[in-house]
Write a protein that binds this ligand. Structure first.
Ligand SMILES: Cc1cc2nc3c(=O)[nH]c(=O)nc-3n(C[C@H](O)[C@H](O)[C@H](O)COP(=O)(O)OP(=O)(O)OC[C@H]3O[C@@H](n4cnc5c(N)ncnc54)[C@H](O)[C@@H]3O)c2cc1C
Length: 495
C-alpha cells in the first residue's frame, strides 16, 4: 500500500481533516487549494488594528479536533487550546427583554424561569430529549455513511429507532417548540437552532431540535486566538504528518477511465492519483471537474441553505452589555424566514448576530477600549439579487436597530469596515450560490438526500465537506472526513 497517492481538492476544514486521516493511514497526500491560504470559509483577516474571523464564529464539539490530534499521537496543547465559555449567547428582544443563555444548565433554566416564566423542568426535559436524540440518532449520521451497507450495518440502528419520535419527522421545529414551551420568546430562541445549518424552523423537521444539545448541554467553546486557530491547528498537524500543499492551484478536472480513477488536472498538468478526495462544493465538482451536467443538475434541484451578509466593523467603543455571541431578534421571525426562503425580498427587521472576539482577548483583536464586531444577518442564497443595493439597505437597517437597542449612534463609532455577501462567499470558496451549509434541511428527507461521501461509479473518488453527508458546519465537516477516511480504509482493507 505504501506510496499510494491521494489528491485532496481544497484545503477547507474537511479537506485538511481528510488529509490528516489519510496521512495516518500511510498515504502520500497532496492538497491543491485555489486560494493562497488554507481554511476555505474558516479564514481570518486584519483591518488596520482590528482582526476578524471571516466565517464561522461558533465553536462546538471540540472533541472532534482533539480526536485528530490523539489519533496522530501529537499533543494538541502544542498547537491548539480552547476554553468553555460561561455564556452561550446573549439574546435581545425588541420589548427590552434580555436573556442570558448560560452554558450551565441550572443557571440557564433559572434565567428562563425569571425572564419567561417557563418552568425549569420543561426546559430540562427539552434538553434531555435533545441529548438523547443527539446521542442515539445524530451519532449515526455523524459516524456512518448512510449510503454504504457495509458500514451502515455496524450502526446502532435499533437504539436510534427507539429514540425516534413521530414529531421529530412529522412536525416542524417551530410546531414542536410551540408544543414544548408556553413562552413565545423561548420558542423563538429554540427555533433559531435551525439557522445553524441554514434552514427554516417553520419547515425543517423537529429532529433538528437536537442541535440545541451541542450548545446548551455540551457547551460553547472559544479557541485561543479565535476561530482561525482551528485552521492553523489542522494545517500544522497535517504538515507534521507529511501532507504537502500547493496553494494558488485550482484543480480543473478529475480524470478517470471508466471506473478507474487516474488523477486530476491542475494548471493543465496531469497529476496521477490513486484516490481523489474532493472538498469542493459537490455541485461544482460534478459540473466542472467531472463534466457531468446531468448529475450536477440533479444536485442543483435540492434547495440550498441560506447565505449571509456580514459587516466586519471596528467599533471605537466597548459595550459591557454585549458578550462573545449576541442576537438581536426580529419581531416577526416567521416573516423573516418567508423573506429568506420564499420571497427572497429584502426584510426590514432582520435578526442580527453580533460576534465580538475582543471580549475574550481584549487588546489583541481590537485596540483597548474598542471592539471587533462581526455583524451577520441571514439572507437568501444568491440568485442574482442586486447585492450592492441590499448591502446599502441592510447597513441602514442594522445601524438603526442596533443604535436603538444599545442606545448609541453606532454609525459614528465605525472606524473600519469590510463586507461579505453571498457573491463574495461564492467567489472566495466556490460555494454554489454562496450558501453557507450546502443544501438546507427544510424537508424531512433532506438529511438522507445529501450526496454520499463516495462516488458510486468511479472507484477511488470520495467527497468531504459541508455540501455532502452529513452536512455543513465545522463539526459535520470534520465528521465527513472521518466517514470518508473510514470508507477508504475499508475499500483498501487497511488494518
Ligand atoms: C459567514 C459564515 C459563517 C459561518 N458560521 C459558522 C459557525 O458559526 N459555526 C460552524 O460550525 N460553521 C459555520 N459556517 C459554516 C462552515 O464555515 C462551513 O460549513 C465549513 O467551514 C465548510 O468547510 P468545508 O471543508 O466544506 O469547505 P470550504 O470552507 O467551503 O472550503 C473549500 C475549499 O476548497 C477550495 N476549492 C474549491 N474548488 C477548488 C478547486 N477546483 N481547486 C482547488 N481548490 C478548490 C476553496 O478555495 C476552499 O478553500 C459558516 C460559514 C460562513 C461562510
Amino acid at each position: 500500500m505504501k506510496n499510494k497517492k491521494v489528491v485532496v481538492i481544497g484545503a477547507g476544514v474537511a479537506g485538511m481533516a481528510a488529509a490528516i486521516r489519510l496521512a495516518l493511514q500511510g498515504y502520500e497526500v497532496s492538497v491543491f487549494e485555489k486560494n493562497m491560504y488554507p481554511g476555505g470559509k474558516l479564514s481570518a483577516f486584519q483591518l488596520n488594528d482590528y482582526s476578524f474571523d471571516a466565517g464561522p464564529s461558533l465553536f462546538t464539539a471540540p472533541q472532534l479536533i482533539a480526536d485528530l490530534f490523539s489519533e496522530a499521537k501529537v499533543p494538541m496543547e502544542d498547537f491548539f487550546s480552547y476554553k468553555k465559555v460561561a455564556v452561550a449567547c446573549h439574546y435581545f428582544y425588541q420589548d427590552g427583554t434580555q436573556i442570558t443563555a448560560y452554558t450551565d444548565k441550572e443557571k440557564f433554566a433559572a434565567e428562563l424561569a425569571l425572564k419567561t416564566n417557563e418552568a425549569p423542568e420543561q426546559v430540562n426535559a427539552y434538553l434531555n430529549n435533545a441529548a438523547a436524540a443527539y446521542q442515539n440518532i445524530a451519532t449515526i449520521f455523524l459516524n456512518y455513511s448512510l449510503h454504504h451497507w457495509s458500514t451502515l450495518i455496524k450502526a446502532p440502528i435499533l437504539k436510534a429507532l427507539a429514540t425516534l419520535k413521530g414529531p421529530y419527522l412529522f412536525s416542524s421545529l417551530n410546531k414542536y417548540n410551540e408544543r414544548k414551551f408556553k413562552s413565545d420568546k423561548l420558542v423563538q430562541l429554540f427555533n433559531r437552532f435551525a439557522t445553524y445549518n441554514g434552514s427554516n424552523p417553520y419547515k425543517a423537521p423537529a429532529m433538528i431540535s437536537l442541535i440545541s444539545h451541542l450548545e446548551q448541554n455540551e457547551g460553547v467553546f472559544y479557541p485561543k486566538g479565535g476561530m482561525i486557530s482551528i485552521t492553523n491547528a489542522l494545517y500544522q498537524l497535517s504538515l507534521k504528518l507529511g501532507v504537502s500543499y500547493t496553494f494558488g492551484a485550482s484543480v480543473e478536472q478529475i480524470l478517470h477511465s471508466g471506473k478507474v480513477l487516474t488523477g486530476v488536472v491542475v494548471d493543465q498538468q496531469h497529476i496521477a492519483a490513486d484516490i481523489v478526495v474532493s472538498n469542493m462544493d459537490v455541485y461544482y465538482t460534478y459540473q466542472h471537474l467531472l463534466k457531468d451536467p446531468i448529475k450536477a443538475k440533479k444536485i442543483k434541484q435540492q434547495e440550498r441553505s441560506s447565505s449571509a451578509l456580514i459587516f466586519y466593523w471596528g467599533i471605537a467603543k466597548s459595550f459591557p452589555q454585549l458578550d462573545l455571541h449576541n442576537i438581536f431578534f426580529s419581531a416577526d421571525y416567521k416573516a423573516e424566514f418567508e423573506a429568506i426562503f420564499k420571497t427572497a425580498v429584502p426584510f426590514d427587521d432582520p435578526t442580527i448576530y453580533v460576534n465580538i472576539t475582543s471580549k475574550l482577548e481584549p487588546g489583541i483583536h481590537a485596540p483597548v477600549g474598542k471592539e471587533n464586531w462581526f455583524v451577520m444577518i441571514n439572507v437568501p442564497a444568491n440568485s442574482g439579487q442586486d447585492w450592492v443595493e441590499r448591502v446599502a439597505f441592510y447597513k441602514t437597517v442594522i445601524i438603526q436597530k442596533l443604535s436603538k437597542q444599545l442606545g448609541e449612534n453606532i454609525a459614528s463609532l465605525i472606524e473600519v469596515e469590510e463586507v461579505l455577501t453571498p457573491v463574495t462567499i461564492e467567489s472566495k470558496t466556490l460555494s454554489y450560490m454562496g450558501s453557507l451549509y450546502g443544501t438546507s434541511s427544510n424537508t424531512k428527507m433532506a438529511a438522507f438526500m445529501r450526496h454520499p461521501n463516495f462516488n458510486k461509479r468511479i472507484n477511488g473518488l470520495y467527497f468531504v465537506g459541508g455540501t455532502v453527508h452529513p452536512g455543513g458546519g465545522i463539526p459535520l465537516c470534520l465528521s465527513s472526513a472521518k466517514i470518508a477516511a473510514q470508507l477508504i480504509k475499508e475499500a483498501n482493507n487497511i488494518k
